[in-house]
Design a protein. Sequence first.
Lengths: 369, 303
Amino acid sequence: MTDVRGAQLDALVDRLSSGSDPIEFDGLRAAATEDGYALSTPEGDEHDTLSESELRAAAGDDDVAPYVTNWYYWEEVVGRRGRHRRAFLRHAEAANEHSVPERYAALEDGMHTEWGEVVVTATLGDDGERRYEIRHADDRDADPETLDRYDDPLDARELATYDDRGRYRPLKTAPSLVSGWVFEDLDGRDAVETLDVLYPASVANWNLEREGELDVTHWRETAERQTGIYDVVDELPREAVEWVSEACCVDSQCLKRREWQYEDGDDLAADGGAGAFPCREPCSLVVAAARKWTKLEEEGTHTYEFELTPSEKEQIEAIIDAVADGRVDEIREADVYEGANRYRTRYLRAKRFDDEGNLSGTPTHRDAE
Amino acid sequence: MQALVIVAHGSHLNPDSSAPTHRHADTIRATGAFDEVKTGFWKEEPSLREVLRTVESDEVYVVPLFISEGYFTEQVIPRELRLSGWDVSEWESDGLSADTATLTAEDTGQTIHYCGPVGTHEAMTDVLVRRAETVTGDPDVGEGFGLAVVGHGTERNENSAKAIEYHAERVREMDRFDEVQALYMDEEPEVDDVTDYFESEDVVVVPLFIADGFHTQEDIPEDMGLTDDYRTGYDVPAEVDGHRIWYAGAVGTEGLMADVILERAADAGAAIESAIAAVREATREAGATSETDADGETPAAGD
């Protein structure tokens, strides 16, 4: 049951009496005419000569009240000032796809939106005001009592700064956000603010994309813009940019959906991911790493000769895989069947490295021979 | 609606780099002087490229949390913020006098008041003094004390030394400390020889850096002989060659930095006088309600 508060009715009357355009919003139609107030909804309510007190009474009818409180929330509370914020909050209750009664029914149970690793749940207060809850998707079914509870969006900063092993997270969209917390009862502004702390600029970029205005800057343009120590990155070969995007930008490493390509009309082959919000240009981590790879790619190849057993070759591949996939910590101490096991690796080093740390005693540089 | 955006370097490796930026933003947010207060970073998120789109206001004051005018304030920040038609001559600066330029952000259409860096604002001198008060726990510190202002030196940026000299001279003119000396990491007079440059037994050493990091937490304490190994920490004050060295850590961690950010925005036209007064009081540590533990083992740096 939705109650219309007096302040909401006052706002409706003020709005209609102010001489501005009639209200046509999410199915609610209301206007001040020469004969009184007109009011209608898609539910069949149709009034056209209401006095102010009759308008107030009609607006409180069970069928009409959701439309009135819905109008009040979107036009008076959220407003149109924050374009991206409003768009996200509308999205959080699929406002453009469902009628007000359908949404009110669904909001009673909570409507969920996945955003990176978190879930935003929109719910409804008695007077149509929306409330939002944000928690880690891993805690989807957790009792809030068992989670750390927050109400200030800025508290999300601390949550987003370190991973579950206390390591600094330089990339906020890395899939390493800690769980175990909940922002239980936020208004729309604070909900979007919280998302903006967890995933900076994600709401704005998502909405710009939705509206067909996302300004994607591809690799070439980004690389050519760089100066100072990053000036060199435009020398990175095209095939290396493929490897960069495969190394850094897939969903296992970053939850943004890569929309930038090598250049306009020349797409990169690596999977850009399936995230809710887009990545519109190579980030500072990619540029900084690309600087290192640009320097490394300046080296030519050498032919080395190594003595390895077939199993040792496979073990080296297993070690590279384990590091690249971040699985090193998962390999059990005594699991000597894993090539990247510590004892296995130490054994390989003891057997195949010389005193200088050269694999198979082969020096890295020829002149060291 | 008017917004403040504080832009800073940030780090891929060290969360301490952006911590002061966030803290000063919080201080200013609490004054309510701006409808929005946001932070943007070269190395963190939101990036300089995307921070303006997180701001709903049409009028934005952008204050660089940098020590001196140079590569970042003149090239990187305007380019990444997409400030249309930016040219460094807009500031008409001699290397110390950049104040503000009003431009339009190409991607968002917002009006941007692009301010000079905090480090060259005259109010920064007060922060150096406040830092000395905080690290000594004495709101009247000065008599019997020397003050060293430490900078990088000219190797990276000529204007960096200008800012150091400027503030050292201003502190000297206050006639508050017995001696004031500018020292550098990579040129003469070097911070390594700090005790050679002071007769006062007590010397407060304040690095003019925005955040604590490698230089302020490792290099300078070891160079001055406060400790052989920064990992073991150092005393404040520490005894070196018969002097007591009160090492303050990066000036940028001092709460009063929020005031300099506000001063920059006010100089650019933001109507925020009451917020400035509020911040000056709210950020005072020495001689205020909470006592600073001046003899503690833990350096005051990085707080």
